[in-house]
Design a protein. Sequence first.
Length: 482
Amino acid sequence: MSTEPLWMILKDPQGRRYYYNSQFKFTTWDRPEELRDARAVECSWKEFKTPEGKPYFFNKVSLITAWEAPPLYDLHQEYTKLKDQQEDILLAQPPGDPTEINQALEEVMKRADGEDIRFQQMQTASLTPAQKRYWELLCELGVDESWTWERAMSVTLFHHLYHAIPALADRRATFQKYQTEYRRVQDESRERRVEKRRQVVISILRDIPSINAYSVWRKYASTLQETSTLSGFSPEEIRHHFNAYIKSLQREEKAQEEEVRKENVAKFQTLLESLPLGADTTWAEAQEIIGETPLYQADEQLRQGDPRDYLNLFDRHIERLEEEHRVRMRDEREEQDVKERRNREDLRALLHRLRETGEVGAATRWQDAYPLLRDHPAYQEALGQGGSTPQELLWDMVEDAYEPIYQRRKDIEKFFKAQAFRPDPEISFDTFTTHLQPEHFESMSRRDMEMIHEEIQQKARYKARDERQRQDRVQKRRINHL
């Protein structure tokens, strides 16, 4: 018969422990039943993580989910860690002494056995006598939040208190109510226990003057772990409470700094608004002005404020001043535009009146109109402003006056062409008018007709000159061919 053990404890190259069955020649990652203690700390809780990486715990029996690790889960983890250490000692060559580990395992299993809740801790005022007796039965059997209704029913089925509640549905509802109350008492008990232990650590930390918001664990780890008052605390628990205490100090200090910062910001803002700063004031210039104010010189807290906050306040203050300046300039520009527009309209009205009186017209030149305008207020107000100048306004009026004359000249030229009449360059005005129809004189003054005569006469001169030049070129070509 082989003396080889049924199960062999081995490790893979990565150091992970696995178990080999020498009889059936297979391996498993899970510890076999044959290697487990009779009082092994069993746990139906398992840790998972959300997609964001936040851990949570799920009970595969009761189907309950919790964000915090249940006490039994922590005991199971501690038991598993000690069991692995025990196996490591046994795997060593030569094997070590597992006495200390065995004692630690025994302590963990005792604590697991004591994970119960007393009936006296529960709130039973709303229960009927029958429900109270059933709750007493559940407490007596050690039913906790991990139990399912089916498990509880199978265990209590033959107990004399099982029928304290006759109806099955009422019995199940009472069981569910019991579990809810059980969790509440367990949570409160755990919170009180944790808070009590936290206060012990905090009281010791407060007695150490050198600890402040910037202290680190490694500096005080050995001192705290050697403190007799904390002998029953694990290093991890002490470190957890130490880090929490440091964070609370940091929060208090940050809150104080934020309060001081708010005060400095308010004071500096008030100071900025009281100073004669302009939109073009630089930060360097502002610093000199601020440094000379009595308020700034007398306030030590204000002087110790964060320069970045002050610079940001200054930038926003300058932005407000610039915006106010832009608005003011825009309003002034709009007022100026309205004024200039009114001045141009007044000058246009003056030119229109002069046109109606015949003092200016289509043939008016600037040197002719200037003596009529120079002393008038409408002309004086329009000088030097933006937009159309007085000369441009006069040209606009001249163009308007010339447009009907130009159209009438085109009509007359079209009429002459239809009559096959070619005006002589030296044709007189009287002779010119004899060739016209009555409708050619409609809405035209004598000055307008004289202007049309002059333009047609000038055009005839240009044509005659061009004809002479053409004939001269022809004559020269003939001579050259002789």
